[in-house]
Design a protein around this ligand. Structure first.
Ligand code: HEM
Length: 216
């Protein structure tokens, strides 16, 4: 499973999880769907932004900001803002739509929904060992290292990268660091182990699920 060092991780659905469409390329949304927090098809923007807001752990003005940003992303994601606003985002129809960068991202998730483990290893090479607030050290990437990682992803895509991609990318890895990261300030890092669990096992760490509504 997730400790297979090479190749792609098997596309099995762990017991108790809901299968997720390969046309949903967002690791964060995939985990929300797999664990039943939101449905896998049409999800009203209010439901989606509510759960993203809860997962963020933010309160007050920062919570409003996180929800507004998520609403904006979800509204344009399928290429039909009005339809998304009235009926919801279609989470299994996100490929080849406005947010799909066609390979200019991490390439951890391929077009068939398989996780490429060598791309997680590549992600790890951009980081270093950080003091884990829970004890010991672990490999992770802070904000500056994530910036370098994203710049290298764009460079790898060469001429195919569009000018809009760097803007879209701001709503992906930096937000994941914000939500999932550990530590504070420059030492706040996105743990490679947590990223692996998110992509391969489609699971959030307990500190995130504790913020989400209990599953019935
Ligand atoms: C807090 C909320 C969110 C977080 C933390 C998040 C995080 C991410 C991350 C880390 C990636 C992977 C990029 C890569 O592989 O390089 C991604 C991709 C993507 N996300 Fe999200 N996301 C969030 C919300 C959303 C929402 C609301 C939508 C739309 C409804 C969305 C749609 C996408 C799409 C379409 C991609 C694929 C981009 C590509 O392959 O180029 N995400 N997201």
């Amino acid at each position: 499973m997730s400790d297979n060092p090479t190749g792609s991780a098997p596309r099995s659905t762990p017991a108790g999880q809901i299968p997720v469409s390969s046309n949903n390329p967002c690791p964060f949304l995939r985990a929300l769907v797999a664990n039943g927090y939101v449905g896998g098809h049409v999800v009203p923007l209010g439901t989606l932004t509510e759960d993203i807001g809860l997962a963020s752990g933010k309160t007050g003005v920062k919570l409003i900001g996180a929800k507004v940003a998520a609403y904006g992303i979800a509204m344009i994601a399928n290429g039909h803002p009005l339809r998304s606003m009235t009926s919801g985002a279609i989470l299994d129809e996100l490929r080849n739509r406005p947010l799909d960068k066609h390979g200019a991202g991490s390439r951890i998730l391929d077009v068939d929904g398989n996780v490429q483990l060598d791309q997680i290893d590549r992600f790890a090479t951009f980081g270093r060992d950080y003091a884990n607030p829970d004890g010991g050290t672990e490999r992770g990437l802070n904000a500056a290292e994530i910036k370098t990682f994203m710049a290298e992803n764009l460079k790898r895509d060469g001429d195919k990268a569009r000018w809009t991609y760097p803007i879209m990318m701001q709503g992906e890895w930096p937000i994941l660091l914000d939500i999932l990261g550990k530590g504070e300030g420059n030492a706040r890092y996105l743990s490679v182990a947590d990223v692996r669990t998110l992509f391969v096992d489609r699971r959030f760490p307990k500190r995130i699920t504790d913020r989400l509504p209990p599953l019935g």
